[in-house]
Design a protein around this ligand. Sequence first.
Ligand code: 13P
Length: 260
Amino acid sequence: MRKAIIAGNWKMHLGLREAEALLHALRASCETDVIDVVVCPPFTALAAAAKILAGSSLGLGGQDLCWEPQGAFTGAISPVMLRDVGCRYVIVGHSERRTHFGETDEIIHRKLRAALAHELIPIMCIGETRQEREQRKTFEVLTRQLAGAFRDCERWDCARVVLAYEPVWAIGTGTHATPEQAQEAHQFIRQWLVKRCGAPIGDAKRIQYGGSVTPANAASLLQQPDVDGALVGGASLKSEAFGAIVKAALDVKAAGRPAR
Ligand code: 13P
């Protein structure tokens, strides 16, 4: 049985005071051992977040990392630094990194390897653009991104990665994938993993959905047999909304999901 994982990607939002207030609110409302709950604040709030979340069940993650442990990489943050500040997770390959910062499948592969080498759990994002979907290239794009990221990875390395299917057209648009669209993509990703790494790893892989997840649509997405959590952007900036998404995941867990 896969343990659901709900993660909040705050992106480039919230100053230190606002971040601290949100973290205190989340600590009060989102404690649970039944599912994994993770927050990924901006780098500037990580140290404060680690203090506020100390001893809680909430996990802490960075939003990006450099592939090198240290060195002359002005502006970059290394996996060692993320570990040092208390992170267990790191987002890798978000579409905004691919689009705005020119990250290629090769760069993402190096970042994934670096995260794994330093015992961080990567939350690896993949997903197609609107145009790619309209051209019926979704599976082709997912295959390219998966093969690029996992190139040369051992099967047990693949096993340590959380995947996030984030269709680019659904991110920040208010248009989420339908539960059927999400399920179709997640099932495809899982089957790819089963082929690449074998059934025990593919079947155990946690695959989050991301893209305009809200309290209103979370349950219907999380009820899908291959949707094992959510990577939440905008709705993770409000404790009530994020708390409601966590609750939806707990309710789905209690009720059970249909088999595929
Ligand atoms: P939104 O939930 O704001 O659409 O963002 C999704 C996302 O990019 C999470 O990484």
